[in-house]
Write a protein that binds this ligand. Sequence first.
Ligand SMILES: Cc1cc2nc3c(=O)[nH]c(=O)nc-3n(C[C@H](O)[C@H](O)[C@H](O)COP(=O)(O)OP(=O)(O)OC[C@H]3O[C@@H](n4cnc5c(N)ncnc54)[C@H](O)[C@@H]3O)c2cc1C
Length: 364
Amino acid sequence: MSDISVAGAGMAGLVAAARLRELGRRVVLREKGSRVGGSMLLSSCVVFRHREFAAFRAECPGGEETLQRLVWERLDDAVEWLVARGAPVVWEETGNPRTVGKRFDPRGVVNALAGEVVLGADGRVDGPLILCTGGFAASSELVARYVEPAAPLRLRANAWSSGDGLLLGLERGAALTPGMADFYGRNMPDAAWDETELVALSQLYGRFARIFDEDGIEFFARDDVSWSETNLVAATARRRGAKAYYVLDEAALAERVRDRTVADLVAVAPAEARVPLADLPFEPPAGAVAAVRVIASITHTIGGLGVDERARVLRRDGLPIDGLWAAGVDAGGIATGGYASGLAQALVLGLAAAEDAARWFDSG
Ligand SMILES: Cc1cc2nc3c(=O)[nH]c(=O)nc-3n(C[C@H](O)[C@H](O)[C@H](O)COP(=O)(O)OP(=O)(O)OC[C@H]3O[C@@H](n4cnc5c(N)ncnc54)[C@H](O)[C@@H]3O)c2cc1C
């Protein structure tokens, strides 16, 4: 029996490798980084779907409907699969009325899916391969080419997902999906922070703020900020310096985001990002009492390699490339135009890729 190669030991790769082992196949899991877990290990690890499929479609209207349906329909069973493997559940529900799913302990997910991993190994192999390299957020060059921000975006993810899967797919004739400019990210304090602070420092209260750019233009109305705030992040990325100022009055500071007030969230932002009103590069609006300078940060890309429901990478003529699959963020075009769970996409497509690769070997 030949080995099946999986490139990338983040969410999708760990899932694909575990499923292949479960199906009795030999698998070589190659990880470029110095640790397993990818961005999943840094994440809040809420694996979710929209409560209604229609809401998913409405929120991500540019996405490929058949793939959205696959993720939406298969997620609940996939989550149970993860639980059955021993992944520790932290919350039984997402805490968001729009969505259904569970929050896991990320380290526990890694342990539950653990198997042999070759660390520090490029996933580029000649044979049959499942690409799970996590997209291209960590490549400032590819982000500049496809996302076209006004200035380089800060990386809010693992450092190794620099588009290796995308480039390998393109070399083998793959098609790219629509929506290559889309990304998921957060506005973060314009200050120094490290990968342990990616969740805690997310500035997720733009919907209560007045939002200005470096030129003093109020470029985004708070009423237009989506619940995930990703539309504001995308707009910030296109302003000078990819930066914005959130200007807050007393009422805004008293608003609540889950169990904290906006004032609490402002207080944890590093001091360099909390700008005295007198130092703003524009006249603050009446009633302003606080301002935070934020910078658009990228967690993962949304466009990527075109795949079908079996996670097979598609050529420009729509036919699958023999022996090449993509799962997780390497597979593009699912959340196009909006926001959906990257972990759900990685889980469902990781399973689908493994199952199809196992069939491919049987038939070959
Ligand atoms: C702070 C934060 C919070 C988040 N919160 C959530 C959340 O609550 N819910 C949610 O759904 N999503 C969340 N996400 C997003 C989620 O983590 C990603 O969508 C998910 O991890 C994508 O899975 P993946 O397998 O595609 O990529 P990853 O998990 O990032 O794994 C990719 C792996 O590929 C490796 N790799 C790259 N290139 C190569 C190569 N050439 N060869 C071998 N290996 C390679 C990388 O080192 C990495 O280990 C969050 C992310 C962050 C950073």
